[in-house]
Design a protein around this ligand. Structure first.
Ligand code: NAI
Length: 343
């Protein structure tokens, strides 16, 4: 059952709660017999502290070698400071598809039976932060400007990924989310291209479209009408946090950054500085990211056992962290998972 030949992979503990939830994940993966040969590297604030660089060359070299990484959240300063290491990683390894599934694990929440997958374009749009200020009359920040760049090739690639994902994962429908009524060029191109791709899947995968603001409201009013959603970078960033809220919060949703040159797995959430070091963080999101990583290396059996253990611990053992209304510490929750995967 365990992996006979170790699979080389890069492990980035990250910032804030990152080291705590990554440690928990490695312990559970070990108990599961998932034999990754980890190269431990730093990035984000931890990279700045260790090497004076939020994305040290050794970290990049490791991912170039392994083409596979599990990454804790990385802190990005607000307003000024260094550019997001996450965005740089996505650029460096052309990680064009961000796959963010969200499904109900704990019944009895505000929304039952949620099962959605958001596919976010990961390399283009306003999110990449091509920005500058124009100084006027001695005010260095008098005007702020941002440039969004979407390309037909980029839109086609993520749309094809989305429809292909839908086919391979027995999904029924893809909803294209845009703001083409206002940003007619930037997101109009995305819509136009995704609709062209949709035609190739006619009869196999249903397709519809929503303007992002209406989509955000519909996700709360009737999330069950959606199946797979595909959208541009910034809208995907916002909607995936909203979708996390439908299934118990940010502690529950994983993400995979898939590209031509590598695949990097992470939680949707950030470094949660407000609870860092307190031993109470919920590691489920990054554990589910590890399950996606096991799927990616074709160990679906281990991925399924990991997901089943999470379900059993949360629903049968009722061991839950504070964000899910429980009282367990990260360590207690991890120990319960280890008991289940080792059973
Ligand atoms: P956040 O996701 O870190 O936290 C938002 C709220 O959710 C906080 O109250 C936090 O305690 C809670 N939360 C998040 N994850 C949790 C978990 N696993 N268990 C229990 N509670 C959890 O978002 P925030 O505060 O906006 O960002 C903090 C930092 O993280 C920023 O520097 C931001 O740039 C970075 N960030 C990094 C990401 C990444 O590396 N992929 C993604 C999002 C944000």
């Amino acid at each position: 059952m365990s992996m006979a030949t170790p699979i080389p992979a890069t492990l980035i503990p990250g910032d804030g709660i990152g080291p705590e939830i990554v440690e928990a994940t490695v312990m559970v993966l070990d108990a599961l017999g998932a034999n990754f040969d980890w190269e431990i590297c730093q990035a984000g604030l931890a990279g700045m502290k260790a090497a004076g660089d939020p994305l040290p060359p050794e970290t990049l070299a490791s991912i170039h070698r392994t083409k596979l990484a599990l990454k804790g959240p990385l802190e990005t300063p607000v307003g000024g400071g260094y550019r997001s290491s996450n965005v740089r990683l996505r650029e460096e390894f052309k990680l064009y598809a961000n796959v963010r599934p969200a499904y109900t694990i704990i019944p009895g929440g505000r929304f039952e039976d949620i099962d959605l997958v958001l596919l976010r374009e990961n390399n283009e749009g306003l999110y990449v932060g091509f920005e500058h200020y124009i100084p006027i009359d001695g005010d260095p920040h008098a005007v702020a400007m941002a440039t969004g760049v979407n390309t037909r090739a980029g839109a086609r690639r993520i749309a094809e990924y989305a429809f292909d994902y839908a086919v391979k994962n027995n999904r029924k429908k893809v909803t294209i989310v845009h703001k083409a009524n206002i940003m007619k060029a930037l997101t109009g191109l995305f819509l136009e291209t995704a609709l062209e791709v949709a035609k190739k899947y006619e009869g196999r995968i249903e397709c519809d479209q929503r303007i992002v603001d209406a989509c955000a409201m519909q996700l709360v009013l009737n999330p069950w009408q959606f199946d797979v959603l595909v959208t541009t970078n910034l809208f995907g960033d916002i909607l995936s946090d909203e979708i996390s809220g439908l299934v118990g919060g940010l502690g529950m949703t994983p993400g995979a950054n898939i590209g031509e040159d590598a695949a990097i797995f992470e939680a949707v959430h950030g470094s949660a500085p407000d609870i860092a070091g307190k031993g109470i963080a919920n590691p489920t999101a990054i554990l589910l990211a590890a399950a996606m990583m096991l799927d990616h290396v074709d160990r679906r059996d281990l991925a399924a056992r990991l997901r089943q253990a999470i379900d059993q611990v949360l629903n049968e053992d009722k061991v839950r962290t504070g964000d899910l209304g429980g009282t367990a510490s990260t360590k207690e929750y991890t120990a319960a998972l280890i008991r289940r995967v080792a059973a």
